[in-house]
Design a protein around this ligand. Structure first.
Ligand SMILES: C=C(O[C@@H]1C=C(C(=O)O)C=C[C@H]1O)C(=O)O
Length: 418
């Protein structure tokens, strides 16, 4: 149980630029996409959750915080007023903590609007000047190389064979199998350079940094704006072609592929069923091919009205989607645990933010890494295994999925490249 607190949040227009330059170099707090996003500075409150009830516990804690808060927000935009950033463990049995972090200050931007919100505990003086909190610093570049982690390439192929065996003999039709890479953060390493590099290379992805979890995800678990809900299911992947005709062919054969379409349909069906469970009546688009700089995905967009459900209830119902877990979920999870033999921590869990008005964006924490307090960096990537999957091709797919985070750590892009 968390003790109830009374927070005060005051939002005002902000005239500075480049919000990331104000965040903490070693522990940045950010969620950015295109010309929209928020950056957190400091911590007013940090709430932690574990186990199966982590989403329900977060929902209760956030509802109590919002009920007792004083919010002075003349701007009334998504991400203004009281905001919490969060990252949730993938697995109910994970040792990793799930967190909600309420910063001391939030700098946000959306199109031409820029704002700063100061969040204080009841006993603090919320009218004190901000400058001490808002120090702008240059972002330093660094180079980190990764080596294999607990699961080598060969071990991964073996794990895929194990997953195929389960798919043949047990009641599972899909298992998402992940592997890891390891690196080490140099002393004084500035993680903001990783976010900046990800944003330059993957401008359409959601760049995130919360409590050491850092990356750029193309997959929206749930976004809420004024009660309207959106979720994007990605499942089914192909490498980009080296030439224009080859690239077009890669996208076409992805949509035409029976294996990828089956994999995709499973993920869409399970998302629709999960949303119905929490009272959302979803409508889905036709599947389409989504182009990213490193690969193609099959995608389906789902919309609906969130109604009386909270965003945490929706996350609890949707997570883990078939795109990162398997089908059926209950049969898949124990098998993934056994086959991978690693703690995914917050990889493939929800990462994002929620505001007191109920607006929220939660991505699935893909194409990223966990940076531990001792400087160990662990990157994760996985692939959906269904009947007919080829171990070597799945290993290649994970290599391509590692590219964004590997590049962002190893090769900071010059200013004019994007
Ligand atoms: C599991 C990952 O990606 C997921 C799996 C996909 C697939 O198997 O085709 C595609 C997109 C993601 O939903 C990952 O990036 O680590």
């Amino acid at each position: 149980m968390h003790t109830p607190v009374a927070l005060t949040a005051r939002t005002e227009p902000f005239t500075g630029s480049a919000p990331l330059r104000y965040s903490d170099a070693r522990n940045p707090l950010a969620f950015l996409k295109g010309d929209e996003g928020i950056v957190g500075i400091g911590e007013t409150l940090r709430l932690t959750f574990t186990g199966r009830s982590r989403f329900a516990d977060a929902a209760a804690a956030w509802a109590a915080i919002c009920a007792s808060a004083t919010v002075d927000d003349p701007m009334q935009l998504p991400g203004t007023g009281l905001v919490a950033f969060g990252a949730f463990a993938f697995d109910d049995e994970s040792q990793a903590e799930s967190v909600l972090v309420i910063p001391q200050a939030v700098i946000g931007e959306s199109g031409d609007d820029r704002w700063v919100t100061r969040i204080t505990l009841d006993q603090e003086d919320s009218s004190a000047p901000l400058p001490d909190l808002l120090a702008e610093t240059d972002i330093d570049e660094m180079r980190v190389d990764f080596t294999h982690g607990r699961i080598s390439g060969a071990a991964y192929e073996g794990a895929v064979v194990g997953a195929l065996e389960q798919i043949r003999t047990a009641d599972v039709s899909k298992l998402v199998i992940a592997r890891d890479l390891e690196g080490r953060l140099p002393a004084g390493g500035d993680l903001r350079s990783v976010i900046r590099g990800l944003r330059r290379r993957y401008p359409t992805a959601m760049a995130y940094a919360v409590d050491g979890l850092i990356g750029a995800s193309p997959e929206t678990l749930v976004r809420v704006r004024g009660g309207d809900l959106f979720t994007r299911v990605l499942a089914g992947t192909a490498a980009r072609g080296a030439t224009k005709p080859l690239d077009a062919e890669a996208a076409e054969s992805l949509s035409a592929s029976g294996k990828n379409s089956r994999e995709h349909a499973l993920a869409v069906e399970s998302a629709l069923a999960s949303l119905a469970e929490v009272g959302v009546e979803p409508a889905e688009s036709e599947p389409f091919t989504l182009q990213l700089p490193n690969l193609w995905h099959l995608a389906t967009d789902i919309t609906g009205s969130i109604g009386d459900a909270t965003v945490f209830e929706v996350m609890d119902a949707l997570h883990p989607t078939a795109a990162v877990g398997g089908t059926p979920t209950a049969e898949a999870l124990p098998r993934i645990r056994r086959i991978e033999g690693l703690d995914r921590m917050r990889y493939a869990g929800p990462v994002g933010w929620v505001d007191a008005a109920g607006n929220a964006t939660w991505a699935i924490a893909l194409r990223g890494a966990e940076v531990a307090a001792n400087g160990t960096i662990r990157a994760f990537a996985g692939a959906g295994i269904v009947e007919g999957s080829d171990p070597a091709a799945e290993l290649r797919e994970t290599e391509i999925k590692f590219r964004p985070i590997r590049d962002a750590f190893a090769d900071p892009l010059p200013e004019d490249a994007s």
